[in-house]
Ligand binder design. Structure first.
Ligand code: FMN
Length: 202
Protein backbone atom coordinates (compact mmCIF):
# COMPACT_ATOMS: atom_id res chain seq x y z
CA UNK A 1 0.00 0.00 0.00
CA UNK A 2 2.90 2.34 0.69
CA UNK A 3 4.17 1.76 -2.84
CA UNK A 4 0.71 2.40 -4.25
CA UNK A 5 0.44 5.69 -2.35
CA UNK A 6 3.97 6.74 -3.35
CA UNK A 7 3.15 6.04 -7.00
CA UNK A 8 0.52 8.77 -6.97
CA UNK A 9 -2.68 6.74 -7.22
CA UNK A 10 -5.83 8.53 -6.11
CA UNK A 11 -7.76 5.55 -4.76
CA UNK A 12 -7.43 1.82 -4.17
CA UNK A 13 -10.12 -0.69 -5.03
CA UNK A 14 -10.48 -4.19 -3.63
CA UNK A 15 -11.91 -6.70 -6.11
CA UNK A 16 -14.25 -9.09 -4.33
CA UNK A 17 -15.77 -11.16 -7.13
CA UNK A 18 -12.90 -13.57 -7.83
CA UNK A 19 -13.24 -15.69 -4.69
CA UNK A 20 -12.56 -18.61 -6.97
CA UNK A 21 -11.83 -18.50 -10.65
CA UNK A 22 -14.93 -18.79 -12.84
CA UNK A 23 -15.25 -21.56 -15.40
CA UNK A 24 -14.52 -19.39 -18.43
CA UNK A 25 -15.56 -21.58 -21.31
CA UNK A 26 -14.45 -19.17 -24.00
CA UNK A 27 -10.95 -19.23 -22.55
CA UNK A 28 -11.08 -23.02 -22.38
CA UNK A 29 -12.06 -23.21 -26.06
CA UNK A 30 -9.15 -20.89 -26.89
CA UNK A 31 -6.82 -22.93 -24.66
CA UNK A 32 -6.02 -19.74 -22.83
CA UNK A 33 -5.23 -19.80 -19.14
CA UNK A 34 -4.79 -16.26 -17.81
CA UNK A 35 -3.11 -17.49 -14.65
CA UNK A 36 -0.46 -19.25 -16.75
CA UNK A 37 -0.18 -16.26 -19.08
CA UNK A 38 0.42 -14.00 -16.06
CA UNK A 39 3.08 -16.28 -14.58
CA UNK A 40 5.84 -14.53 -16.54
CA UNK A 41 4.48 -10.99 -16.24
CA UNK A 42 6.40 -8.54 -14.06
CA UNK A 43 3.31 -7.57 -12.00
CA UNK A 44 3.79 -7.71 -8.24
CA UNK A 45 2.05 -10.65 -6.61
CA UNK A 46 1.07 -11.54 -3.10
CA UNK A 47 2.67 -14.57 -1.48
CA UNK A 48 -0.50 -16.64 -1.80
CA UNK A 49 -2.83 -16.45 -4.79
CA UNK A 50 -5.71 -18.01 -2.88
CA UNK A 51 -6.26 -14.98 -0.60
CA UNK A 52 -9.46 -13.87 -2.41
CA UNK A 53 -11.13 -17.06 -1.13
CA UNK A 54 -10.63 -15.84 2.42
CA UNK A 55 -11.64 -12.20 2.08
CA UNK A 56 -14.10 -10.94 4.70
CA UNK A 57 -15.36 -7.55 5.83
CA UNK A 58 -12.42 -7.55 8.28
CA UNK A 59 -10.11 -7.13 5.28
CA UNK A 60 -12.08 -4.07 4.24
CA UNK A 61 -11.60 -2.64 7.73
CA UNK A 62 -7.87 -3.47 7.52
CA UNK A 63 -7.57 -1.74 4.15
CA UNK A 64 -9.45 1.27 5.46
CA UNK A 65 -7.04 1.76 8.34
CA UNK A 66 -3.92 0.86 6.35
CA UNK A 67 -4.15 3.48 3.63
CA UNK A 68 -4.80 7.20 3.51
CA UNK A 69 -6.27 6.79 0.03
CA UNK A 70 -10.02 6.51 -0.51
CA UNK A 71 -10.97 2.85 -0.78
CA UNK A 72 -13.48 1.16 -3.02
CA UNK A 73 -14.97 -2.29 -3.44
CA UNK A 74 -15.31 -3.70 -6.94
CA UNK A 75 -17.79 -6.48 -7.53
CA UNK A 76 -20.77 -5.18 -5.53
CA UNK A 77 -24.00 -6.63 -6.95
CA UNK A 78 -26.54 -6.23 -4.14
CA UNK A 79 -28.07 -3.30 -2.29
CA UNK A 80 -27.26 -5.06 0.99
CA UNK A 81 -23.53 -5.25 0.25
CA UNK A 82 -23.51 -1.67 -1.04
CA UNK A 83 -25.09 -0.47 2.20
CA UNK A 84 -22.70 -2.46 4.33
CA UNK A 85 -19.74 -1.13 2.34
CA UNK A 86 -20.83 2.46 2.92
CA UNK A 87 -21.26 1.72 6.64
CA UNK A 88 -17.70 0.30 6.65
CA UNK A 89 -16.38 3.61 5.31
CA UNK A 90 -15.92 2.48 1.70
CA UNK A 91 -15.80 5.59 -0.47
CA UNK A 92 -16.37 4.04 -3.90
CA UNK A 93 -18.97 1.42 -4.79
CA UNK A 94 -18.06 -0.42 -7.97
CA UNK A 95 -20.96 -2.37 -9.43
CA UNK A 96 -19.43 -5.15 -11.49
CA UNK A 97 -19.91 -8.82 -12.31
CA UNK A 98 -16.44 -9.02 -13.84
CA UNK A 99 -17.81 -8.66 -17.35
CA UNK A 100 -20.09 -11.66 -16.77
CA UNK A 101 -17.08 -13.97 -16.94
CA UNK A 102 -17.07 -15.17 -13.36
CA UNK A 103 -20.59 -16.53 -12.82
CA UNK A 104 -22.88 -17.55 -15.66
CA UNK A 105 -26.51 -16.53 -15.08
CA UNK A 106 -25.62 -13.75 -12.70
CA UNK A 107 -27.62 -10.52 -13.00
CA UNK A 108 -26.50 -7.88 -15.48
CA UNK A 109 -24.91 -4.91 -13.72
CA UNK A 110 -27.36 -2.46 -15.31
CA UNK A 111 -30.21 -4.43 -13.69
CA UNK A 112 -28.48 -4.49 -10.31
CA UNK A 113 -27.74 -0.75 -10.42
CA UNK A 114 -31.06 0.95 -9.52
CA UNK A 115 -31.53 -0.74 -6.14
CA UNK A 116 -27.85 -0.21 -5.32
CA UNK A 117 -28.13 3.49 -6.21
CA UNK A 118 -31.18 3.72 -3.93
CA UNK A 119 -29.33 2.03 -1.08
CA UNK A 120 -26.21 4.19 -1.44
CA UNK A 121 -28.36 7.33 -1.72
CA UNK A 122 -25.49 9.62 -2.68
CA UNK A 123 -23.26 8.54 0.23
CA UNK A 124 -20.52 7.39 -2.21
CA UNK A 125 -19.85 7.64 -5.91
CA UNK A 126 -20.90 4.57 -7.89
CA UNK A 127 -18.84 3.11 -10.71
CA UNK A 128 -20.37 0.56 -13.05
CA UNK A 129 -18.86 -1.69 -15.70
CA UNK A 130 -19.83 -4.68 -17.82
CA UNK A 131 -20.30 -4.27 -21.55
CA UNK A 132 -20.67 -0.49 -21.67
CA UNK A 133 -19.24 -0.37 -25.17
CA UNK A 134 -21.54 2.22 -26.75
CA UNK A 135 -22.49 5.80 -25.98
CA UNK A 136 -26.09 4.64 -25.55
CA UNK A 137 -24.93 2.18 -22.88
CA UNK A 138 -22.96 4.86 -21.05
CA UNK A 139 -26.01 7.11 -20.94
CA UNK A 140 -28.12 4.30 -19.50
CA UNK A 141 -25.58 3.65 -16.74
CA UNK A 142 -25.39 7.32 -15.78
CA UNK A 143 -29.17 7.81 -15.93
CA UNK A 144 -29.82 4.82 -13.70
CA UNK A 145 -27.56 6.08 -10.94
CA UNK A 146 -23.88 5.51 -11.75
CA UNK A 147 -21.46 8.39 -11.21
CA UNK A 148 -18.89 6.83 -13.53
CA UNK A 149 -19.15 4.25 -16.31
CA UNK A 150 -15.93 2.26 -16.68
CA UNK A 151 -14.71 0.67 -19.89
CA UNK A 152 -12.47 -2.38 -19.74
CA UNK A 153 -12.58 -4.35 -22.94
CA UNK A 154 -13.48 -1.38 -25.14
CA UNK A 155 -10.13 0.17 -24.24
CA UNK A 156 -8.33 -3.15 -24.68
CA UNK A 157 -9.76 -3.64 -28.18
CA UNK A 158 -8.25 -0.27 -29.07
CA UNK A 159 -4.99 -1.32 -27.47
CA UNK A 160 -4.89 -4.53 -29.51
CA UNK A 161 -5.64 -2.64 -32.72
CA UNK A 162 -3.21 0.26 -32.39
CA UNK A 163 -1.48 0.52 -29.00
CA UNK A 164 -1.89 3.77 -27.07
CA UNK A 165 -3.32 5.54 -30.12
CA UNK A 166 -5.91 2.76 -30.39
CA UNK A 167 -6.97 3.25 -26.76
CA UNK A 168 -7.34 6.99 -27.36
CA UNK A 169 -9.32 6.25 -30.52
CA UNK A 170 -11.65 3.79 -28.74
CA UNK A 171 -12.33 6.27 -25.94
CA UNK A 172 -12.85 9.02 -28.52
CA UNK A 173 -15.49 6.90 -30.28
CA UNK A 174 -17.25 6.31 -26.95
CA UNK A 175 -17.14 10.03 -26.14
CA UNK A 176 -18.55 11.02 -29.53
CA UNK A 177 -21.29 8.41 -29.30
CA UNK A 178 -22.22 9.64 -25.83
CA UNK A 179 -22.40 13.24 -27.08
CA UNK A 180 -24.69 12.22 -29.95
CA UNK A 181 -26.85 10.12 -27.62
CA UNK A 182 -27.10 12.97 -25.13
CA UNK A 183 -28.11 15.40 -27.84
CA UNK A 184 -30.72 13.06 -29.30
CA UNK A 185 -32.17 12.57 -25.80
CA UNK A 186 -32.31 16.34 -25.37
CA UNK A 187 -29.71 16.33 -22.60
CA UNK A 188 -26.99 18.92 -22.04
CA UNK A 189 -25.20 17.62 -18.94
CA UNK A 190 -24.27 14.13 -17.79
CA UNK A 191 -24.95 15.34 -14.25
CA UNK A 192 -28.61 15.99 -14.95
CA UNK A 193 -29.59 12.60 -16.32
CA UNK A 194 -32.44 10.90 -14.51
CA UNK A 195 -33.88 7.40 -14.49
CA UNK A 196 -37.09 8.41 -16.29
CA UNK A 197 -35.04 8.68 -19.50
CA UNK A 198 -34.88 4.89 -19.57
CA UNK A 199 -37.80 2.57 -20.13
CA UNK A 200 -37.67 -1.19 -20.04
CA UNK A 201 -39.18 -3.39 -22.74
CA UNK A 202 -39.97 -6.77 -21.20
C1 FMN B 1 -7.81 -8.74 -19.75
C2 FMN B 1 -8.63 -8.38 -18.54
C3 FMN B 1 -8.04 -8.39 -17.30
C4 FMN B 1 -8.77 -8.07 -16.16
N1 FMN B 1 -8.16 -8.07 -14.96
C5 FMN B 1 -8.84 -7.66 -13.85
C6 FMN B 1 -8.21 -7.58 -12.60
O1 FMN B 1 -7.03 -7.88 -12.42
N2 FMN B 1 -8.93 -7.15 -11.55
C7 FMN B 1 -10.24 -6.81 -11.68
O2 FMN B 1 -10.88 -6.40 -10.71
N3 FMN B 1 -10.88 -6.89 -12.85
C8 FMN B 1 -10.22 -7.31 -13.95
N4 FMN B 1 -10.86 -7.39 -15.16
C9 FMN B 1 -12.31 -7.10 -15.23
C10 FMN B 1 -12.55 -5.66 -15.63
O3 FMN B 1 -12.02 -4.77 -14.65
C11 FMN B 1 -14.04 -5.35 -15.79
O4 FMN B 1 -14.71 -5.52 -14.55
C12 FMN B 1 -14.72 -6.24 -16.81
O5 FMN B 1 -13.89 -6.45 -17.94
C13 FMN B 1 -16.07 -5.64 -17.24
O6 FMN B 1 -15.93 -4.44 -17.95
P1 FMN B 1 -15.98 -4.40 -19.56
O7 FMN B 1 -17.22 -5.09 -19.99
O8 FMN B 1 -15.98 -2.91 -19.87
O9 FMN B 1 -14.74 -5.08 -20.05
C14 FMN B 1 -10.14 -7.71 -16.29
C15 FMN B 1 -10.73 -7.69 -17.56
C16 FMN B 1 -10.00 -8.02 -18.68
C17 FMN B 1 -10.69 -7.99 -20.03
Amino acid sequence: MARVEASGYHAVVLTVDVQVYGRRERDIVHRFNPREAMAHAPNPRGPDGSYPERLTWDDVAWLKKTTRLPIGIKGIMTARDAKRAVEAGVELIWVSNHGGRQLDHTQGTIDALPSIADAVAGAAPIVIDGGFNRGTAVLKGLALGATVVAAGRAALWGLAADGAAGVACALGILRRELRTTMALCGQTSVKGLSADLISRVD
